[in-house]
Design a protein around this ligand. Sequence first.
Ligand SMILES: Cc1cc2nc3c(=O)[nH]c(=O)nc-3n(C[C@H](O)[C@H](O)[C@H](O)COP(=O)(O)OP(=O)(O)OC[C@H]3O[C@@H](n4cnc5c(N)ncnc54)[C@H](O)[C@@H]3O)c2cc1C
Length: 392
Amino acid sequence: MYSGMTPKAFDWQKKIRKFVKDELIPWEVHAEMNQGELPEEIEKKHRKIALTFGLSGMGIPKESGGLGLSMFEQMIIWEQLGKVTNALCWCFPEVQDWMANHFTDYQKDNYLKPLLEGSKRECYAISEKGAASDVEGSIQSTAEKKENQYIINGEKWYITSANKADFFFLQAKIKSGLNKDKHSLFIVDKNLEGIEHIDTPLFSHTYSHHHSIYRFNNVSIPSKNIIGDEGIGMDYTHSWFRHERLGIAARCCGAAERLIEEATVFAKERESFGEKISNYQAIQFMLADSVNDLAAARLMLYEICKAHDANQDVKILHGKCSMVKLYASEMANRIADRAVQIFGGRGYMRENVAERYYRELRADRIWEGTSEIHRIIIANSLYKRGLQSLIE
Ligand SMILES: Cc1cc2nc3c(=O)[nH]c(=O)nc-3n(C[C@H](O)[C@H](O)[C@H](O)COP(=O)(O)OP(=O)(O)OC[C@H]3O[C@@H](n4cnc5c(N)ncnc54)[C@H](O)[C@@H]3O)c2cc1C
């Protein structure tokens, strides 16, 4: 067991492992064969269990209605949730600590509390057609202050879960005035006039959470829906990025663990040329490399979570979140590729877990910053803060 494991984290690991195994995994193939959709009563059941656990506020202080878990404990949970395909683990909304820290009372009452209770869902509208890797430099969406309103214009791409959401977190540049061109983050209710659904592209994976494109045509929102002050939106987006990057790394570790477990069981059963394939070195080497890859990624994840919980400088943490997102997503993709190979023809069937992960994990090298962008962040951090800051 990891030397830094705590009794509380261990308890959460056990609880969520059971939830995933008993409730979520049995529905994967159904989801895969039905455009990602589950029967309504099953979806409700999953949401209810997750909400009863308190997962919607796992990182929120207890005084704000959450569980007050450390980043390490949260990622222990996300790691277990990563062991199911088809995004069945996204069965609850998630309030993050930057929301609890920066929302006004009005925003807490109207958005944070409903998210915690599960009566509202959120989605993030940051990327645009010409601005995703270069969010900061290239975003074109604007917010113009008019009396007690902001008028939002722009087009947002690939908004994950928009089909299930009640509101967007939307990033735009201030159109005029003292803060002209500065980035700000807004809460935009989805039912407002001027919000136009443009397209829902099909992607490689089979999720009920779509990644749609929306256009915002002179959408008027109350000025109290800006988060924090004008000009500091990118700070919140960076907080979201860091959290999501750790979450992706954790889910990749969970996925890798499941792939190794399932591929090992298969290798020990499957015979070829009169031998179990597990006896062939070609198979052993693929499994051994996978075990090593996972062990390294998981240690890196846990140590970076501990650095987060020890309040390490946020600029250093930013680089470390890139390190683990990059490493874990590439690790999980390597393992999925090997698992497909070990399963042979079966590994190419959609009902096989390796086939689904092979497609699903590919996105983890693209969203929340591509692998190339993370290498740039790591190199910049190395130049500015030195090697020791990243590896100690
Ligand atoms: C399924 C899915 C869901 C998504 N969900 C969301 C969401 O909920 N909200 C949201 O806001 N966004 C979302 N995104 C957008 C996602 O964050 C972007 O796709 C991602 O950041 C990459 O941007 P891009 O697609 O525009 O690629 P580009 O920026 O066009 O990059 C193309 C290629 O060029 C490379 N590249 C770019 N710049 C450099 C450079 N300086 N040096 C070296 N190589 C470079 C990239 O690494 C990549 O290989 C989602 C994307 C996908 C695929």
